[in-house]
Design a protein around this ligand. Structure first.
Ligand code: FE2
Length: 213
């Protein structure tokens, strides 16, 4: 598999993925698929009404509206490496995507110094921990940011949060419109993703998701 696009842009589309078995095979080609706490590998995600959503979840916060750009699993000591998504059903609502480098392209030196020095408190269930937003693992460099789960814990983080919040909620020009047998692979360390605005009379939209370590 040619991973150039994934490694440079932070995400890539893969054709010919039309089942959970295909998603799993793709995941195994990238690394080690991770089971959810319920024991499944490929999780099916459907929109949950706000009043039925777990407290603090994106559906509880944003209801049927768009989700801002975020990193998945910021509450893991090392966020998951890759996320594979495939959408079907009412696919009029896109999935948004943007690389960190693209998102902060116009940010000044102060922002980048603060990003390096920032300390955050991450909400992780009943436990919480402090972390930086940038990390190194082996030879790879990564970012984590989730405006809802990460609280600034020093002045540098306060500045970064003030700059990033409007950027992750503003309109994202890059988005994936689901069709046919298409999947997307994100590097969760270098790209952020979100959910686009709700179309009128939205039907059932299913997103299949696999985490890969
Ligand atoms: Fe997500």
């Amino acid at each position: 598999m040619d991973l150039t696009e994934l490694n440079t842009r932070g995400w890539m589309l893969v054709d010919g993925i039309s089942s959970q078995a295909d998603i799993l095979e793709l995941g195994k080609a990238l690394g080690s698929p991770v089971r959810t706490p319920n024991g499944v590998l490929v999780k099916e995600i459907r929109r949950v009404p706000r009043n039925e959503a777990p407290p603090g979840s994106q559906s509880a916060i944003y209801g049927a509206g768009p989700f801002p750009l975020h990193t998945d699993t910021v509450f893991w000591p090392l966020p998951v490496r890759y996320v594979i998504l495939r959408g079907y059903g009412d696919t009029r609502r896109p999935t948004t995507v943007k690389s960190f480098s693209e998102l902060v392209r116009n940010c000044d030196t102060q922002f980048h110094v603060c990003a390096r020095d920032s300390v955050w408190l991450v909400r992780a269930g009943s436990k919480s921990f402090y972390c930086s937003m940038q990390f190194r693992h082996n030879d790879s460099h990564g970012w984590r940011y989730d405006a809802d789960l990460m609280t600034p814990a020093n002045y540098a983080a306060l500045h970064v949060d003030k700059v990033l919040r409007p950027l992750v909620t503003s309109e994202v020009d890059e988005s994936i419109t689901w069709s046919g047998d298409k999947a997307v692979v994100f590097s969760n360390w270098t790209a952020l993703h979100g959910r686009g605005p709700q179309p009128s009379d939205e039907g059932i939209r299913v997103i299949e998701r696999l985490y890969v370590r």
